[in-house]
Design a protein around this ligand. Structure first.
Ligand SMILES: Nc1nc2c(c(=O)[nH]1)N[C@H]1C(S)=C(S)[C@@H](COP(=O)(O)OP(=O)(O)OC[C@H]3O[C@@H](n4cnc5c(=O)[nH]c(N)nc54)[C@H](O)[C@@H]3O)O[C@H]1N2
Ligand SMILES: Nc1nc2c(c(=O)[nH]1)N[C@H]1C(S)=C(S)[C@@H](COP(=O)(O)OP(=O)(O)OC[C@H]3O[C@@H](n4cnc5c(=O)[nH]c(N)nc54)[C@H](O)[C@@H]3O)O[C@H]1N2
Ligand code: SF4
Ligand SMILES: [Mo]
Length: 909
């Protein structure tokens, strides 16, 4: 019997929107609490009750499946004491022999502020090295560097309310409809309320976000600095400058305008490969609009000129005085749930906690005194790319990776593998038992995920919220802050005796007010005196929180005061620089990369929920249809990708024809990796080059070669067991895993016909089976009348598979002849041929939507009323609009492919 549900208010562990989540708990028959459901917290100012699909599927991804439940040394379970002592000994020995800079910690914007603060305290104040960097280097470091250069502080001026208060929303390098869905829905509502609000989207791809724009600028990848330099020149020539603001609150304007003046609309159009009329319209809107908000993300930051792109945007806001006012400002939206918190506590190798300056002796002394610490850093440490390249050279002897999966997320996967492979001690603390990085761990430490730990996170608008644990730690897992304290104590350090995360928070909050008479933007000293009980009950609040702003502060710079020495904001003169990974004859294609709607990073969480694979079930390479025609490539065909740095590593992806791509530019999702696909990890193609100021890698612009790949056989294998990578590599030369509830589906490709039947029978057993041979060879092994495993082979790449069909084959324990012969004939029953699932909330498929449109439900609203689609989290609304607006639905290509596949299957019978 289930006990009555209980609620716990916490924060979503995914993106930087920072939505409040009410976790609904129940108790099972064994008395164990579990997460039964989630709702958006009604009064949380980040989401007012809304959640996107990733948030609303949190119960499906929160199980024990795949969890790391015990510490291990060389893969063998061991005690915490043994694991911590061994790790601490390894670090201590390396430091004694080679000095403090021979060890490093690589952390994550997915840690809580308290964890993050302690990792920094340990490294920078006790070990005495600044070799601690974070995956936020790959994400936010250009925004940090740009803000510091312009404002003298890493201070994001805007707030979410600005989305409703602006007249012009400019989305630069952001696919918010998929990546910050709750904010995007808020933008959509703001547009509905205020039809005068204009939405401009600047992106090389016509994304789901761009579909809805009033103006879409399909910019040539990497050229944003030129576009914004052009805007500055236009503002100067069209009375768009706020002279009073420039005079009173800024410096460096004349030199900056000199650098930008040459950028006429014609010159911008030529370099950015945009239509002059579109550019002029954008400039005119920005110039004439009383307010403007530039909402930017990875298309800006992940560039070898990322910091310049950020400052090019900021320059225009300063010049027009569109900053520090409602509805105006350069709004860097953060990716990870606590990217902002990490920036506050000094997560990067180039900064100190609480916005103290690592380059300032006074600040270093201040911090050392505060910490009473033995060994304060003297200089910045190695940023992520340099850290791993030094490691590959044998310079880093011991490394601790916490809450990130660098084998998947860093560029130059080969270099990362080499670095980890030869580092003498690799410690990884993670919530899961297997990922591409854990494969290199000598010591693995089980960390509690979001539902089992307590602390705070800061979202994109500087809002600090509590993340509240509601389940007891599974197995032997511990929260990261506790693991850090135990490790520090084992290294012999005092100063790590905290009883509760609220103690850590109080120490950090006090530090932000230390010797801070308004010189540092980050000041939450107003929260330093919270009791544990008040901390438990802390309501979401935006920093600064101090005596001037006891209730927090929505918007920064309203008084025109900045954090530079002079108190004035800096204009930064900018010269356009081309990307560093340039195309050549050998590598003629630009490869862009990013996110899909329903997956999160390396898929350790979202990849376990079959429901989240329904929207996009496999990795792909998006290519313009005309480019594909020139190459003779078809939809679904496998191609191999190479780049200058990829070496022997091979990436293979299926072609996806997308007219939303620019000619010559490709796009691939960043998510897939060795846990899901033999050749899906695209990090192998990106070189470890980055921005000279922020050191952020250029993850949106690789130069690659595309080579068609032919296999003689393509198989689909459905089974209850999970096969090991060794088995899969024996079976095939390419494999892809599609997780299902209670089983797996594998897509396999091979060149010479291996004895699949024999190998599978050996591994999986086959007491009883049905076979079929011919052009479509197939086999089903049964346990009673239930499917044990089954496969089918064809000479064509796999079609889009209706996962409901695959799932029903696994779920049905009394398969009848019709169902078995459908599998053997490789012909999904018509009832399953519904096209792709577009709306994940209400499980509405493409076919039903197209049918409804034909029947007259020809608007997103009407479709919502009729089918429910789009009325949940709303993330699919851009796709619904696209289906409505195209007579011949644009994504019908995939639908057509499915139908076509069915015809091919039928013909083969
Ligand atoms: N579903 C989902 N949501 C997520 C995440 C996730 O993994 N999955 N991760 C979170 C994290 S950590 C982050 S950082 C955010 C990222 O959020 P976004 O930045 O919105 O996502 P991306 O897909 O990485 O890239 C955004 C866009 O930049 C464009 N772009 C590429 N090059 C250029 C260029 O030169 N100029 C311009 N103007 N645009 C360019 C790409 O085409 C892409 O559409 O998402 C967060 N939200
Ligand atoms: N090609 C390409 N590469 C990219 C990007 C891109 O756009 N293109 N984007 C970059 C960006 S913006 C980002 S943010 C990175 C993200 O890349 P990563 O941070 O490397 O990816 P995740 O899959 O989020 O890894 C988080 C790990 O932490 C574990 N974990 C979860 N919760 C906890 C916890 O509470 N404690 C601990 N100790 N572990 C936990 C998860 O199981 C997982 O293994 O990828 C970057 N890489
Ligand atoms: S937008 Fe979605 S992923 Fe981001 S915090 Fe909200 S619910 Fe979580
Ligand atoms: Mo990110």
């Amino acid at each position: 019997m289930q006990a009555a549900a209980r609620l716990c208010a916490t924060t979503c562990p995914y993106c930087g929107v920072g939505c409040g989540v009410d976790a609904q708990l129940s108790t099972d028959a064994q008395g164990q609490k579990y997460l039964d459901g989630v709702h958006g917290t009604q009064n949380h100012p980040a989401n007012y009750g809304r959640l996107c699909i990733k948030g609303s599927k949190l119960p499906e991804t929160n199980g024990l499946q795949g969890r790391l439940l015990s510490p291990t040394i060389y893969g063998q379970p061991t005690s915490w004491q043994q694991a911590i002592d061994t790790a601490a000994q390894g670090f201590t020995q390396a430091i004694q022999k080679y000095g403090p800079d021979s060890v490093a910690i690589y952390v994550s914007g997915q840690l809580l502020t308290e964890d993050y603060y302690l990792a920094n305290k340990l490294m920078k104040g006790y070990i005495g090295s600044a070799n601690i960097d974070t995956n936020s280097r790959l994400c936010m470091s250009s925004a940090v560097a740009g803000y510091k250069r312009a404002f003298g502080a890493d201070a994001m001026p805007c707030c979410y309310d600005d989305l409703e208060q602006t007249e012009l929303l400019v989305l630069v390098g952001s696919n918010a409809a998929w990546t910050h869905p709750v904010l995007y829905q808020r933008m959509e509502r703001a547009r509905a309320i205020n039809p005068a609000l204009k939405l401009v989207v600047i992106d090389p791809r016509k994304t789901a976000t761009a579909e809805q724009a009033d103006l879409f600028l399909p910019i040539k990848a990497g050229t944003d600095v030129a576009l914004f330099n052009g805007l500055l020149a236009y503002l100067a020539e069209h009375q768009g400058l706020d002279q009073a603001f420039i005079r009173q609150h800024t410096q460096g304007f004349a030199a900056t305008l000199d650098c930008a003046r040459d950028w006429t609309v014609a010159k911008v159009a030529q370099l950015c490969e945009l239509d002059s009329r579109d550019i002029r319209l954008f400039y005119r809107w920005f110039c004439n609009s009383p307010s403007a908000l530039s909402f930017f993300s990875m298309g800006v930051n992940q560039s070898s000129s990322g910091t310049d792109k950020v400052n090019a945007i900021i320059n225009c806001h300063l010049a027009s005085g569109k900053i520090g006012k409602p509805g105006s400002g350069p709004f860097s939206v953060t990716g990870q749930p606590n990217a902002m918190g990490g920036r506050e506590v000094g997560g990067l190798a180039t900064m100190l906690a609480a916005h103290l300056d690592i380059q300032s002796e006074r600040d270093r002394q201040l911090l050392q005194q505060y910490w009473q610490s033995p060994a304060m850093v003297k200089a910045p440490g190695l940023p992520a790319l340099q850290l791993f390249s030094q490691m590959a050279k044998g310079k880093i002897k011991a490394l601790w990776i916490m809450g990130t999966n660098p084998m998947v997320s860093l560029p130059d996967r080969q270099l990362v593998a080499q670095a980890l492979g030869q580092c003498e001690l690799v410690v990884v603390s993670d919530a899961v038992a297997n990922n591409d990085t854990l494969a290199f761990a000598h010591i693995a430490l089980p960390a509690c995920p979001w539902s089992e730990k307590d602390g705070t996170v800061t979202n994109s608008e500087r809002r600090i919220s509590r993340q509240r644990g509601f389940l007891v730690p599974a197995g032997q897992a511990k929260p990261d802050w506790q693991i850090l304290c135990e490790f520090a104590r084992a290294m012999g350090f005092s100063g790590f005796d905290y009883a509760h995360p609220s103690d850590i928070f109080a120490e950090y909050a006090r530090l932000t007010g230390l010797a801070n008479q308004g010189q540092r933007a980050l000041d939450i000293s107003g929260l330093a005196g919270l009791t544990q009980r008040q901390y438990e009950q802390l309501s979401p609040i935006q920093w600064p929180v101090n005596s001037h702003n006891p209730q927090g502060c929505k918007r920064l710079f309203s008084d025109g005061h900045f954090y530079t020495q002079s108190g004035r904001a800096n204009f930064v003169p900018l010269t356009y620089q081309p990307p560093k990974q340039l195309t050549s004859e050998a590598f003629p294609w630009v490869l862009n990369s990013g996110r899909v709607r329903d997956q999160w990073h390396s898929m350790t969480r979202t990849g376990t929920a079959p429901e989240l694979l329904q929207h996009q079930d496999r990795p792909w390479l998006a290519m313009h249809p005309e480019d594909a025609a020139v190459m003779g490539l078809q939809e679904g065909q496998l191609v191999k990708l190479r780049s200058k740095c990829s070496g022997e590593a091979q990436v293979m992806l299926q072609i996806k024809l997308e007219s939303s791509q620019r000619r010559g530019e490709l796009f691939a999702p960043m998510h897939w990796n060795q846990q899901f696909c033999s050749h899906g990890a695209i990090g192998a193609l990106f070189a470890a080059v980055g921005d000279p100021l922020s050191f952020q890698p250029e993850l949106k612009h690789a130069a690659v070669a595309v080579l068609p790949q032919h296999f003689s056989q393509y198989a689909i294998l459905l089974c209850r067991n999970t096969l090991s990578a060794v088995q899969l590599n024996q079976l095939s030369q390419y494999w892809l895993r599609l997780p299902l509830a209670g089983g797996q589906c594998y897509l396999l490709a091979g060149k010479d016909r291996p004895d699949w039947q024999g190998m599978l029978s050996d591994w999986l057993g086959a007491e009883q089976g049905l076979g079929r041979s011919g052009q479509h060879t197939g086999y089903v092994a049964l346990h009673g009348q239930a499917l044990h495993w089954a496969w089918q082979i064809s000479e064509l790449p796999w079609p889009v598979l209706p996962s409901a069909w695959l799932q029903s084959m696994l779920d049905n324990d009394a398969l009848d002849d019709t169902e078995l012969s459908a599998w053997l004939r490789a012909q999904p029953p018509a009832s399953f041929m519904q096209g792709r699932q577009v709306c994940s909330c209400f499980k509405v498929h493409e076919q039903a939507i197209c049918q409804a449109i034909n029947d007259g439900h020809n608007s997103v609203q009407k479709l919502g009323k009729y089918l429910g689609c789009g009325t949940g989290c709303g993330s699919c609304k851009p796709e619904l609009a696209k289906l409505v607006s195209s007579q011949q639905p644009a994504s019908a290509s995939r639908l057509a492919l499915e139908t076509q596949a069915a015809i091919i299957f039928q013909e083969a019978i």
